[in-house]
Design a protein around this ligand. Structure first.
Ligand code: OGA
Ligand code: MN
Length: 202
């Protein structure tokens, strides 16, 4: 079962690619929920919060559970993942926040780590892709590195694919897309008390 593979991969290497996390029918229903109003994505938080187009040029919209059943079904599936991970890896994952992201032609997100400096509160990252018939020439690949800057994987943002990784250990970037690219990026946080560290050998 894929959730066993997820647990095993997170334990041994800290990341996992889950293809067909949703069926193509579910993906198209979710795609129909993509909002029409978007904000320029920011970098940093609170008073540091800035939109920095030099670092990322995508636009985002935060997921709300009242965006419709496809969105709440997706959040339910993600919650199942949370429960499995907590049951087996004791990460103490608690809240989940996620946004739709839209990359237009030429948009990118430079290499970064998904937790705010000085605050190790994002524990596990999920990225789900909504792009049917994505071709290599469409670019927009997710490139993952380890903390020693070794390249680990270069992944097409293809429909139904869920990428999961420990937020603090894997710098990553989105290479420029040559056509419109949609994803849902999300992060589990801990409640600050029960979180265990997974020490991945590197
Ligand atoms: C992010 C991110 C990756 C992707 O939004 O933090 O790294 O493939 N997204 O969309
Ligand atoms: Mn990221």
């Amino acid at each position: 079962m894929n959730s066993d593979k997820l647990i095993d991969a997170l334990f041994t290497q800290g990341w996992f690619v889950w293809d067909n996390f949703l069926t193509s029918h579910e993906v198209s229903e979710l795609k129909a929920c993509i909002p029409t109003d978007w904000s320029q994505a920011g970098v940093g938080r609170n008073d540091e919060y800035m939109t920095k187009k030099a670092i990322r040029s995508d636009k985002i919209q935060w997921l709300q559970s009242d965006m419709g059943p496809p969105v709440s079904d997706f959040l339910q599936r993600i919650n199942d993942v949370r429960l499995e991970v907590n049951r087996h890896l004791f990460l103490g994952l608690f809240e989940y926040e996620a946004h739709f992201a839209k990359y237009e032609q030429g948009d990118f997100y430079q290499k970064h780590v998904d937790c705010f400096r000085g605050q190790e509160n994002r524990k596990l990252t999920t990225v789900f892709y909504l792009n049917e018939d994505w071709q290599p020439e469409h670019g927009g690949r997710l490139k993952m590195y380890d903390l020693d800057d070794n390249e680990l994987a270069t992944l097409d943002p293809k429909a139904g694919r869920l990428v999961v990784f420990l937020s603090e250990l894997f710098p990553h970037e989105v290479l420029p897309a040559t056509q419109q690219r949609f994803s849902i990026a999300g992060w589990f946080r801990t409640n600050g008390v029960n979180g265990n560290q997974l020490d991945i050998a590197r």
